[in-house]
Design a protein around this ligand. Sequence first.
Ligand code: ANZ
Ligand code: ZN
Length: 707
Amino acid sequence: MIDKYNFTEIEKKWQEKWKESNVFEMIEDESKEKYYVLEMFPYPSGKLHMGHVRNYSIGDVIARFKTMKGFNVLHPMGWDSFGLPAENAAIKHGAAPGDWTWNNIAEMREQLTELGLAYDWEREVATCHPDYYKWMQWIFIQFYKKGLAYKKENPVNWCPSCQTVLANEQVVDGKCERCGAEVGKKNLSQWYFKITDYAERLLDNLEKLPGWPEKVKTMQKNWIGKSTGAEVLFKIKDFDKDLEVFTTRADTLYGVTYMVMAPEHPYVKELVTGTEYEAAVEEYLDKVQRMSDIERTSTANEKTGVFIGRYAVNPVNGKEVPIYISDYVLMDYGTGAIMAVPAHDERDFDFAKKFDLDIIPVVDPENPEIDVNNLQEAFVAEGNMINSEMFTGMNNREAIVKIIEFLEEKGIGKKTINYRLRDWLISRQRYWGTPIPMIYCDTCGWVPEKEENLPVMLPTDVEFTGKGESPLTTSATFGDTVCPVCGKPARREMDTMDTFLDSSWYFLRYCDPKNTEEAFSKEKTDYWMSVDQYIGGVEHAILHLMYARFFQMALYDLDLVSNEEPFVNLLTQGMVIKDGKKMSKSIGNVVSPAEIIEKYGADTARLFILFAAPPERELDWSDDGVEGSYRFLNRVHRLVYEYADLCKSAPAEYKAVTKADKDLAYTLNYTIKKVSEDIGGRFNFNTAISSIMELVNEMYKYKVGEK
Ligand code: ANZ
Ligand code: ZN
């Protein structure tokens, strides 16, 4: 009598066995080659979704495969557990963010266990635990001492609805990434990390990451946005300071017909105060400050601007050109001012048309269809120089080099590199995050808390109103302290850290999660790091992966780790969609993992997810597909039962006797080879599973004793 495929019983039995015997616990073992497989740790929202199931099933197969191959495998799991949702729950339901979070963690740990994932739970970390954030604070202090952390007043992106500062990266199309509200600007004193010091290395090292998807590297490259050009000095008539501009097109210097300064440029006020232009400039500035950078630089917008009544002098030909302010020039890129060349720049062309400014071509389109003296649009391609005195006739690429040389000789310009990457704004006016371990003393200024006093604990006597400053300001116990340097009364920093800091080094803490003396020991990280295979969503291609790389490099420079790059290989898994759309509550097409596990078991869920599509591709959820996976597992189950007795009595060493025996032995070995290659090489789990399905078919056909 064949037992029904009772997945609940089977899965429970094995999960308990694994737990009892600690099979997934890993200890450093120098005699074995290590393999570190890591999935991006989740935010403990309380509910696992299919994206998680996919991410973790992929990691699970790799971990188990490498274990079978004889590696000492590190496969940990933990919680990115600081962040806004816990605080919003506190505002809405009055629950303490800590309680809410720890409950969610317990629930999700349970769900991951039910999924049968091979994690070493001994290494679990939660970023909201003082054992973790103590070391987060310690790392902050090391960065501060190295000059990588600083405070400055700056107009920052401000979400009026979340009442918090947002990093540029968190503003999408001028809107708050989280709540969708229109983002404005606000002047605030904020903490920054000098990630720009690492721009060149973050870019160069991409070359050393052949195991990363090209598309992710391209996204990082664009985000860093290296741009080689020149800074050129223009004299301002009747003014004691020069106007410096950044240009990538030094070849177009003879085509400059006007200048544009960012409305916030520090000279603008001086240049217009007391003139008839003052009022119009003020009004324009006020309007611009409420716009996002994206809106400002969009080429689709009709150009706006104000003439400020002043002129600049072109250093190569002495020509005087009018100076404007306009929103399309940003203060925090280059020098905050440009030389405008309408003949060869699209935005300048539109602006010149609108304000009726001259258009002087300096690169010849050499195209009979284009009337060079009456351009209908900017000519942005390459060509030979015209209207450019001694540079006329040269190819414009060459002219860029020659004109920069000329400017350098004359001391009116120099070659420069600019990056789009900005310093990382890391402070948040929020409660549920790591307190920034800095203290302000009237005598000593900003000083770090003494390391022996870490962690600076999050207080619990706070109020959540969802408005204004950090809730930490409402605590009666938190703010007042003494200066670590002079001992006088002093105030603690009330802001907390961006949660992206927490996730920038958790992979190091996994190597040594219980260390009470250090963030992690070098010995342990030397053994386990770098991560051999990192797996996660492509939505983290820029921020998380860039920040983690920056942390690793900075820690390397502090001699705390031995590798410059944290992740050798990266796999970005595709989304799980249903009926062609992202699963979402509002569409009502969400399939919950719990439901599937209850109906079919975790093995069916995992099998379906791995079988339905290669890991990088989108996975279209299919109920029929799930049924199919379930039927297959039933088939395997029946097969095992059918032959169970025979297997028990089988000799220790198997010998193929008949042709059928030999054929099956061949298929078996072929399958082993195919599965090893499919999983070991490019993670083609789907084709590995198909060959196992074929093997099962062959086994069904096989009849013992048949010739
Ligand atoms: C003159 C010129 C002529 C330019 C031409 C382009 C084409 P990337 O490649 O992104 O670095 N620019 C410089 N600073 C700016 C700022 N703060 N806000 C807006 N635009 C700025 O772009 C560099 C070019 O963007 C620079 O080269 C400058 O315009 C403009 F035919 O200078 B160019
Ligand atoms: Zn002091």
